[in-house]
Design a binder for this molecule. Sequence first.
Ligand SMILES: Cc1cc2nc3c(=O)[nH]c(=O)nc-3n(C[C@H](O)[C@H](O)[C@H](O)COP(=O)(O)OP(=O)(O)OC[C@H]3O[C@@H](n4cnc5c(N)ncnc54)[C@H](O)[C@@H]3O)c2cc1C
Length: 408
Amino acid sequence: MSFGEHISGMSNDYNEVSIIGGSLSGVVAAFLLGKAGKRVSLIDPQQFPRKKACGEGLSSLGVSYLKSMGLWEGEISNHAYPFYGYTLQFSSRKSPIELTRSPLEQPQGYGISRIVLDTTVHDRVRELPNVTLMNDAVHQVSFEGSRAYIETQKCGKLSSDHLIIACGARSVSKLFPGLSVRDHAGPRFGMAFWCEGAWRESPPDTVQIFNRTEGQYIITPLGESSVNMSLLLEKNKTCSLKKEEVIRRAREILQEAGFITTVESETLAASEIHSARLQHGNSRAYFIGDAIERFDPISGMGMAHALYSASRAVSAISHGEPPSHYINEREVGASVIRKLTSMSYALNVKQDWMLYQLIRRAPQMAFQVMDMLKGKFPKPQHHDFIELEKVRSCTKAYFSSPTYEERV
Ligand SMILES: Cc1cc2nc3c(=O)[nH]c(=O)nc-3n(C[C@H](O)[C@H](O)[C@H](O)COP(=O)(O)OP(=O)(O)OC[C@H]3O[C@@H](n4cnc5c(N)ncnc54)[C@H](O)[C@@H]3O)c2cc1C
């Protein structure tokens, strides 16, 4: 069943919560709210499953959120491939920096295909009768009294008590032209492609980052015989290079890393990937994921933030807390992610010599700093607002209501 076919004819014009954007942050919010018995519309013009330009490295912070939401066990963990650190290669220096933990410890993160991750959560949402998936695009948002109103291309006007904005970075300025965005680092360009094949030697247990003049080439193992190759390139240094040339370099790097490709996917381009955040939110809507802040992908923290911010926003809605409260709460975790990103950015992108020396000589100290920062990241809350009895009674009441009969 594709996105939009769920409960056909049920695209009613009132919901408790409307969510604009059905990628990771939006679909996770829909899942949590749906389980809490809320009537939700999840709106996205894209067809899922889809291949998304992403490095597909899910950090341990992200995993802890998936676990607390009850999404990790089963399909997702069966397809996730653990990694225990990073191997950093610099063309100016011969030996790589190994920033790794022992495989006897907890993995640093997992390689996981976005198709598996996003599709699994979509499938779980389809099981919830009180969530409507709409294959549609929102082109206008307004507020009147206590209600939020959205105009979609196909279904017209919808209203809801709460609005979650999960539309990613590009659309947010179109939907909310008044909101100013603060840019942090210069524009970069992201691309990803996928390969099946075999490792010449045993598969690596790290994510390998190859630093070149024009940017980073990152190999994330997704299984024994498949990898994600993502490219994070400096815009000003690549404009003289053709896309084909960059991809040729990426293929060479894969060979150098010891991966023999048998099947290669089409390449996918992403637009600008510079980090940016909203100066302030909108007092009426809950902005989550890349819509409120995106981090340079070198940190591999985008998915963790999508899960964390979705969970925070859902918790705020369930406890009757306004968006301003949510924005302050989200800031705690976001500031940790920002610090982790700036360390990774300083080391790989700026090639900070001091940091390089420190990590080379004392990798354990680098891990201690990372662990200390991660210790400040808000622990996922047990979603105790999901009361099964309440869910059952809400769902029953919804389907026995005359308005539902009229709709079908
Ligand atoms: C090259 C690259 C590599 C990356 N690597 C990693 C990595 O290794 N690890 C990691 O954790 N993160 C990584 N990220 C970041 C990660 O992909 C994002 O942080 C994450 O996908 C954000 O999810 P989201 O749901 O907030 O937004 P998005 O995934 O951007 O989704 C937004 C959704 O909103 C929908 N939408 C847009 N406009 C509208 C509208 N008007 N109406 C309705 N729907 C709309 C879109 O169709 C889309 O589905 C990477 C990103 C890039 C670009």
